[in-house]
Structures are given as structure tokens and as C-alpha cells.
Design a protein around this ligand. Structure first.
Ligand SMILES: Nc1ncnc2c1ncn2[C@@H]1O[C@H](COP(=O)(O)OP(=O)(O)OP(=O)(O)O)[C@@H](O)[C@H]1O
Length: 484
């Protein structure tokens, strides 16, 4: 149901036109965000909604009724405003300020404070968790607490619509989220001006983008938060990324481009227990590693040898402890384990059209044919794994990262086929082992690779190196086992 209808409003201060033909609808219970650059007319629009400014052109309807037809107290029961800055009324306590919210309910002839008024004020104080400070003077509150007191006053008005001008300005992160969570749960219709695009994306059902007093777009964060829209509204280059938990788009600045490094990009060090590749700058990585799995930036890539009978309830925690003891920062590390002797690692690299480096350790005692894995009856993981590290000097799109993973997997499977590695349980050619791990790391500088499948230059080289290195690593493993 529509709660607010803004129809063709225009506004000017003297000769200066600040709103032009603005129209939009806000539905009941919606959390509606207004965004736009400085001076785009957001506050003016809010002041028209709150009736602090009189309409010049166009009309605003709330609950189907033109806002100018409401009496002041009637309007105050319908719409409450939380301004950007709360004027501190010296000498007032928190509770006295919240009590002011009840003025629309007081008869001007016989003002009477009822039990209901008292109850609503107490509820509002509890709602903003300020009940314990109700007797404190406003000037003794912090900025965030004052803002919460102002919100309690607005809530005490028992409005149906709440207008907020940059509600979280000057608040610390925890206070911002407390206030917004509270508003989100309130089920009120909320219209709020935001400068923080990500907060608006997280909390708002729909957004209105204003620019130079005109509506540029109105829609859900999912519809509007794309790089070209942000660029056209804010004239700022931003990159879109995904929230780790919620299906909400987020955007971030790309403040500067880093200096390109051309010479040594990675170092390898190795002993019989550990293979470590360190990059000279953080690389963007996609991996299935035990530590640092998923997508992250990393500078250290560890392949740790563990004994055949290694067992731990919480291998990830144990691995993090291991890394810390050796001075590695797990936040910047991609860490894998293997029972294979890391001296049997196979390296392959190319430095022509593309610059790639691959390191593979391969144990195939636990080889599995994925096509027939469902026939296998074992549930306990036995040691024997293929760990593949790929380093690319280039800028990969997210799709290219996924395609690189596919390319690596296909090349590895072909290496196993050509080496006639057999799944000992099904007696068919294996496609990998049950615990294989892969990391694709890219410098994110230089050439941009939109794709990395086997038809692309980079995919061809990648497949070749992984195929060759996996074969070499299998040969070394077999030789050590005395199998060949
Ligand atoms: N009282 C006023 N008299 C004259 N011009 C004004 C007045 N108030 C605002 N303006 C002008 O109107 C334009 C829109 O201002 P408004 O405050 O609505 O923008 P805004 O989008 O809220 O900006 P900000 O993001 O900086 O808060 C600006 O150019 C501003 O200078």
C-alpha cells in the first residue's frame, strides 16, 4: 500500500532551482533511502516532506491526503523527523526531551499527562536503551546518545512515518548498526538520507538517486548499485563486490593504482617439511586451501608436510597455530598440507607472452575416479593428495579465476590419465585424489584477462604447465615409493 506519494515537485530558493519535477512513491513499512552528491537537493526534499518548507510546485500525499490539509498536531502524529543535528536544550533531562514527543497528544486547553503518555515515553526510552540515563542532562550525553534520545522523542510521537537526515552521522560503527537495526525492526515507514552507499544497500528496501535536483533512478539496491550507475550519479569510480553473508551488493573506492612491479614477483624456499612461496606484493587468490580458502589477498603460500598418520579434530586451528609458530600471518597466508615429501615438488614456469609459475606436489595413494566415486565404500580419508599452486602475473576477472580453476583441474586429470593412475578401489583411471587442493594466485597488475579457459593464451600455457608439473610430481612420488 502506498504511504507517501510525491508528485512532480519542484523547488527553488530565490532564483536557484534545487528540485525539478521529482516524483516517487514510498510504500507502507518500507525503509527508503535518498542518496545523491552534496547539493543535489536531498535535505530540501526532506524539508518539504516534513513541512519545514512549503510546497511551491507539485504535491505530496501521505495516506492519500495532501500534506497541506493536515492540522499541525494531526501531522505530528503521522510524521516524525530526526534531524541531522539535535539541538541540545540545556537543562533538559533525557526523559524530559522524550516527553516533548507527546505534545501532539496534549490538548492545548487542558494539558494532561496520562498513564498512556508515561507508558509510551518509557517504552521509547527502553527502545533506544537509554532508560538508565533518563535523568541525565542532555548536555552530558555523547553525540550518539543524544541522537538516540532524539530518536526516542520521535518514537514517542508514535508516528507512522519517520524522516531521517543522515541518521548515523557522527556515530561510531556499533552505534550506527544499533540505531539502524532498531529502525529496521520498528516496522515504521522510514525515509532516510544516506551518504554511505553500503549502509544504504544493507538497510534500505529501495533507493532514490538524486542529482542536480532531478531523480536519476529509483529501485532496489540490487538494481541500482552497479558501477556505471554510481559513476553517473557520483562521478566516482567504484568497484562493486558482494557481501560475504547477505545477498546485498556493496561498492568500494579504487583510490589509486599501485605501481607495477616487473622483476622478481615470487620467491621459493623449501626444506623437507615445508614449501613456501612468498610474493613480493599481495596476490589475489582463489583456493580450496585449509587456511585462507575461498577468495582473499595473500603474500605467503605454504605447503606443509605432515606424517602419514596425521590426525587432528580441528586441522584448520592446528595449522593456524603451526603457521603462527613459524612467524606466518594467517590473514595473509594460503596454507595446505600434504603427506608427500615436499622435496618431490615439481615446478614449471613460462615468461613469454604470459608469466606463470606452477608448483605441484602429488601423492596418488588415495587416487579417486570421480565418475565412479559413488561406488567406493570408504569414508575415512587416507593420505595422498595433489596440491597445485599457480601464480599468474596478470589481472584476472572473477570469471577468469573460476576458468583458471577449471583449466587446472582438467590438465591435472589428463596428467593422471596419461600416467595411468588408477583408483585402487574401482580399478578405473583416477581423475584426482579425494583431498586435492588448488590455489590460483594473480598479481592483479598488467594485462587484463577476462577469461582463462583452454582457448585463451593464458589458459593454454596454464594447462601445459600444470599437465607437465603434475606428471613430473607423480613420477617423483612413484620413484620414491619404488613403484617405477
Ligand atoms: N536556505 C537556502 N537558501 C538558498 N539556497 C539553499 C538553501 N538551502 C539549500 N540551498 C541550496 O540548495 C541546494 C540543495 O541543497 P540541499 O541542502 O537540499 O542539498 P543536499 O543534497 O541535502 O546536500 P548535502 O549532501 O550537502 O547535505 C544547494 O545548492 C544549496 O546550496
Amino acid at each position: 500500500m502506498s504511504m507517501i506519494d510525491v508528485k512532480h515537485i519542484s523547488y527553488q530558493y530565490g532564483e536557484k532551482q534545487v528540485l525539478q519535477n521529482v516524483s516517487f512513491t514510498v510504500y507502507e513499512g518500507e525503509f527508503f533511502g535518498i542518496l545523491g552528491p552534496n547539493g543535489s537537493g536531498k535535505t530540501t526534499l526532506m524539508k518539504l516532506l516534513s513541512r519545514d518548507l512549503s510546497l511551491q510546485e507539485g504535491a505530496i500525499f501521505i495516506c492519500g491526503q495532501h500534506i497541506e490539509t493536515y492540522k499541525p498536531k494531526q501531522y505530528a502524529k503521522l510524521v516524525a523527523t530526526l534531524p541531522q543535528h539535535t539541538d541540545v536544550s540545556f537543562g533538559y533531562t533525557v526523559k524530559e526531551m522524550v516527553e516533548l514527543g507527546r505534545y501532539p497528544y496534549q490538548s492545548s486547553l487542558f494539558p494532561q499527562w496520562t498513564e498512556k503518555d508515561e507508558q509510551v515515553v518509557n517504552e521509547a526510552l527502553h527502545c533506544v536503551t537509554l532508560a538508565h540515563k533518563q535523568h541525565v542532562l542532555l548536555e552530558q550525553l555523547s553525540g550518539g546518545e543524544r541522537q538516540r534520545a532524539a530518536l526516542a522523542r520521535a518514537l514517542a510521537q508514535q508516528p507512522r512515518v519517520l524522516l531521517l537526515d543522515e541518521p548515523t552521522n557522527h556515530m561510531d560503527v556499533a552505534q550506527q548498526f544499533k540505531l539502524l537495526n532498531l529502525l529496521k525492526q520498528s516496522k515504521l515507514t522510514v525515509i532516510a538520507i544516506f551518504h554511505d552507499i553500503n549502509i544504504a544497500s544493507l538497510y534500505c528496501d529501495r533507493l532514490l538517486f538524486l542529482r542536480d535536483g532531478k531523480v536519476v533512478a529509483c529501485g532496489t539496491p540490487k538494481e541500482l548499485l552497479n558501477e556505471s550507475m554510481i559513476a553517473s550519479v557520483f562521478e566516482t569510480k567504484m568497484k562493486r563486490y558482494e557481501h560475504p553473508v547477505l545477498p546485498k551488493p556493496l561498492v568500494t573506492f579504487v583510490p589509486f593504482s599501485e605501481q607495477r612491479i616487473d622483476d622478481v614477483l615470487w620467491h621459493v624456499r623449501q626444506d623437507e617439511k615445508l614449501l613456501v612461496v612468498e610474493t613480493i606484493k599481495p596476490f589475489k587468490v582463489i583456493s580450496s586451501a585449509l587456511v585462507g580458502g575461498g577468495m582473499r589477498w595473500a603474500t605467503t603460500f605454504v605447503n606443509r608436510h605432515v606424517s602419514l598418520d596425521y590426525y587432528c579434530d580441528d586441522a584448520e586451528r592446528e595449522m593456524i597455530q603451526f603457521l603462527r609458530q613459524r612467524g606466518f600471518d594467517e590473514q595473509w597466508t594460503v596454507g595446505m598440507m600434504t603427506a608427500v615429501d615436499v622435496n618431490d615438488v615439481a615446478f614449471a614456469s613460462v615468461h613469454e607472452d604470459v608469466r606463470l609459475f606452477v608448483a605441484v606436489t602429488a601423492g596418488v595413494g588415495n587416487a579417486v575416479d570421480s565418475a565412479n566415486a559413488w561406488r567406493r565404500t570408504d569414508t575415512v580419508i587416507s593420505p595422498g593428495t595433489i596440491n597445485t599452486f599457480v601464480f599468474i602475473d596478470g589481472h584476472l576477472s572473477e570469471a577468469a579465476f573460476v576458468q583458471a580453476l577449471m583449466t587446472v583441474t582438467e590438465a591435472k586429470a589428463k596428467a593422471l590419465y596419461d600416467k595411468q593412475v588408477v583408483d585402487p578401489q574401482t580399478n578405473t583411471i583416477a581423475t584426482g585424489t579425494s583431498t586435492d587442493c588448488t590455489a590460483i594466485a594473480a598479481s592483479q597488475q598488467g594485462t587484463y584477462y577476462e577469461y582463462a579457459g583452454t582457448i585463451t593464451t593464458i589458459g593454454k600455457q596454464l594447462a601445459r604447465l600444470v599437465y607437465e608439473a603434475t606428471q613430473t610430481a607423480i613420477d617423483r612420488y612413484r620413484k620414491r615409493k619404488g613403484e617405477s
